[in-house]
Ligand binder design. Structure first.
Ligand SMILES: Nc1nc2c(ncn2[C@@H]2O[C@H](COP(=O)(O)OP(=O)(O)OP(=O)(O)O)[C@@H](O)[C@H]2O)c(=O)[nH]1
Length: 344
């Protein structure tokens, strides 16, 4: 037992207008690990109650100015103090009516003086234990909340890492466009959608002209810069939200165009061809600048067709553009499994 406040021990407030009674209570509570706080009036008691947390209040009934019942009632009316247990300690027994009045005022017990030391101590002990348990639970709850917050933060980090991983696995490191794997996934999805809706689907594939020569002339780093610049130019094109651009090979790009027929796809290819030409990247070819050749293919998917047909057609169309002198586009339309080339 200590008279000092602000230790980690529970506080017990002892309220009595007579000093000798306070001293008696203190002696009785000597062996408890608690901090005892004295109050010699109701007002003083209330002031302590508003300032500190208490495990228990030992409250004298008969005091001048404000009696114990009034103190108890004021405590019950205040959210900060209403849960604190009160044991009334009084010298007089004036009958059951008064004892009931004490319980009504919120007392948990009502003890008569002279106090029986062991009964008194065991009753106080119950409340000290309860308080200690409540305090330990509060600490555990705080610890739990902290762990929960840490867990939530870890969860958030995990989600961010997963997002980054997903991005890395679907995009091309050099240009940040979709990579080949993602292209294949999107293409398959769009093919299936077009099969259901029976709307056309088109592919545009482009390959930079004489890119080996470009690397050989300007070096691999400049080659990478060139690929990045072309990727940005393709991204800057005014195409529809559903159209998806990918880098599908070293110097090869492709655009998936859902709900687009051959004519529409040729317009996109021509726009991309001009966008690359207009970059005016010097290159030692017949055009004196970097250009690209385009293959375009389009189809309304029928049961006898697989996605590979359209890929094969776009490949062949691109090859045709290379053969015809580069920096141009060739369209191949597919119908009912039969290839119908349409030179442009
Ligand atoms: N700098 C750079 N070069 C690449 C990259 N990927 C592929 N290449 C190069 O692109 C060149 C492609 O050359 P080829 O397939 O022979 O074709 P080309 O020289 O473009 O000629 P045509 O396609 O016939 O016009 C090769 O030299 C590759 O090394 C890359 O990520 N960065």
């Amino acid at each position: 037992m200590r008279m000092l406040m602000k230790s980690n021990n529970p506080n017990i407030l002892i309220v009595d207008d007579k000093l000798e009674n306070l001293i008696t209570l203190e002696r009785l509570l000597e062996h408890f690990d608690v901090d005892l706080i004295r109050a010699s009036s109701g007002k003083e008691a209330l002031a302590h109650l508003l300032d500190n947390d208490f495990a228990l209040v030992l409250l004298d009934v008969k005091m001048p100015d404000m009696d114990g019942y009034e103190v108890a009632e004021l405590m019950r009316g205040n959210s900060r103090t209403k849960q604190i247990p009160i044991i009334f300690v009084t010298a007089e027994s004036r009958g059951d009516a008064l004892i009931f009045k004490g319980y009504e005022a919120g007392a948990v017990d009502y003890l008569l003086k002279p106090l029986n030391a062991s009964i008194f101590r065991s009753k106080v002990g119950v409340f000290v234990d309860l308080y200690n348990q409540k305090h330990a639970l509060k600490l555990k709850t705080l610890e739990f909340d902290q762990k929960l917050a840490e867990l939530e933060e870890l969860q958030q980090q995990l989600e961010e890492t997963n997002e980054q991983l997903l991005m890395l696995s679907t995009t091309d490191g050099l240009t940040s466009l979709y990579n080949r794997r993602k292209f294949d996934d999107i293409y398959l999805e769009e093919w299936q959608r077009a099969s259901r809706s029976q709307n056309p689907i088109s592919l545009v594939m482009l390959d930079i002209d004489h890119f080996k020569l470009y690397n050989d002339t300007y070096g691999h780093h400049k080659g990478d810069d060139c690929l990045r610049t072309i990727a940005s130019a393709l991204q800057a094109m005014d195409i529809r939200h559903l159209d998806k651009i990918a880098r599908i090979g070293g110097e090869e790009f492709a655009v998936i165009l859902p709900d687009t027929d051959g004519d529409g796809a040729m317009l996109v290819a021509e726009r991309a061809r001009i966008a690359i030409e207009n970059l005016n990247i010097p290159h030692e070819t017949q055009f004196s600048k970097v250009t690209a050749s385009f293959g375009v293919s389009s189809v309304v998917p029928k049961r006898e067709l697989t996605p590979k047909f359209l890929m094969k057609a776009v490949d062949e169309a691109l090859y045709e553009s290379k053969k015809r002198g580069r920096n141009g586009s060739t369209l191949k339309l597919l119908k009912y499994g039969k290839e119908q080339p349409l030179a442009m």
